[in-house]
Design a protein around this ligand. Structure first.
Ligand code: SAH
Ligand code: SF4
Length: 386
């Protein structure tokens, strides 16, 4: 990836066609060229203009002079005993002082492969049970950087035409390696709405990456004013990090609740475009010992969700160094799940994946920090002097 050459990845079709003007493609040919590029970038997965064999050589050279389609640097790849993979990617600074790093996680299962994608470097919110919440917000990711996580994962898994999957990799038994995207990595996606929207519309484009919107889920801690737009403008599936059933508890666990309390959040859910029994909202509920895991909590959860087409996803708490919570005992989780099940809700208990490589829910954190002002000034001064 390049700091100085503008990227083509992450541009809408219209923007891509407009960009062709900069390499002197005549107006009449711009849309055709944009379609060609789209195919190379998102169906074939090329990251080098020289591979675009149906584009004339001199135009390829010109594109390469002006634009970038390069991948980010992969700093680290860890593979769990259960096949879960975690990558650390590095992106250019783009004003954040130094290059930034984010984590992306791949979770293979029998019939699907789910990619957990980050939307921000760090998070402005401070949910008390979440590791990412302890990392200061550095910056939003661009639409290019959000898509780059998907493209890199597919590169590494050999998930493009003519590519080979690494020997011994654990992947779905048939079909594509990446079948689902969840915006559940680092950051609050609805605090980076425009970039997330752009990236997800490209990911679901039928002539490109072609992921069905039913297989893309965006998780939010509860940014109420953006919930309607998520359904209306992106049209993906919605997950809500609920985690508590009373405002006084949720105020502590998910502090954004002080701004938009449970009632407002659930009202926004009721109005989610396209909501039906076939298209339910997932409510995530992290199981914290003696905090939110009583039978009363379960009953209240059922009462609150009445009338909302919902699935409840119980997440065993994943500990991280310095965390102040413990995971509920297994019997407690099962009893909680029974109550919810008896009320007619599917409530799968999410199997923790990739704990050995620190890739499970809420364990992501990168070393990226925003430079302190003093260091930034020093760096700028050094840059000017050089
Ligand atoms: N910021 C968004 C997207 C992150 S999703 C959101 O909060 O929804 C990550 C999911 O994992 C969220 O439901 C989050 O609440 C949950 N989570 C965070 N820390 C966790 C932990 N330590 N153990 C289990 N789940 C956790
Ligand atoms: Fe941010 Fe989500 Fe973690 Fe809360 S749970 S701190 S919103 S990433």
């Amino acid at each position: 990836m390049s700091e100085d050459k503008p990227p083509l990845i992450g541009l809408s079709r219209e923007e891509l066609a407009e960009a062709m003007a900069l390499v002197d493609v005549p107006e009449k040919q711009r849309r055709m060229r944009a379609s060609q590029l789209w195919h190379w970038l998102y169906v074939r997965g090329v990251s080098d203009f020289s591979h675009m064999t149906n584009v004339a050589k001199d135009l390829r050279a010109r594109l390469d002079e002006v634009f970038s389609i390069a991948r980010p640097e992969m700093v680290d790849e860890q593979i769990s005993v259960d096949g879960t993979r975690k990558w650390l990617f590095r992106f250019p600074a783009r004003g954040a002082g130094r290059p930034v790093e984010v984590e992306t996680v791949y979770i293979p299962e029998e019939g699907r492969g789910t990619l957990c994608v980050s939307s921000q470097v760090g998070c402005t919110l401070t949910c008390t049970f979440c590791h990412t919440g302890t990392q200061k917000m550095v910056r939003n990711l661009t639409s290019e950087e959000i898509l780059a996580q998907v493209l890199m994962a597919r590169d590494r898994l050999g998930d493009f035409p003519d590519a080979t999957t690494p020997q011994g990799a654990i992947v779905p038994s048939e079909g594509r390696m990446v079948t689902n995207i969840v915006m559940m990595g680092m950051g609050e996606p609805l605090y980076n709405f425009e970039n997330v929207k752009k990236a997800l519309l490209i990911a679901s484009d039928g002539d490109g990456l072609s992921l069905s919107k039913r297989r893309i889920t965006l998780s939010t801690s509860g940014v109420v004013p953006e919930i309607f737009r998520t359904g209306d403008e992106i049209g993906c599936m919605l997950a809500i990090s609920l985690h508590a059933v009373r405002d006084e508890d949720r105020d502590i666990l998910v502090p954004i609740n002080k701004k938009w309390p449970i009632k407002e959040l659930l009202d926004a859910c009721r109005n989610y475009p396209g909501l039906s029994n076939a298209k339910r909202i997932t409510f995530e509920y992290v199981m914290l010992k003696d905090i939110n895991d009583s039978n009363q909590d379960a009953l209240e959860l059922v009462r609150l969700l009445k009338g909302i087409p919902a699935k409840i996803n119980l997440i065993p708490f994943n500990p991280w160094p310095g965390s102040q919570y413990a995971c509920s005992d297994w019997e407690r989780i099962e009893e909680f799940a029974d109550i919810v099940n008896r009320a007619g809700y599917a409530s799968p208990i999410r199997t923790p994946r990739g704990r050995d490589i620190f890739a499970a829910c809420g364990q992501l954190k990168s070393a990226s920090e925003r430079m302190r002002k003093k260091d930034r000034d020093a760096a700028t001064a050094a840059g000017t002097a050089a």
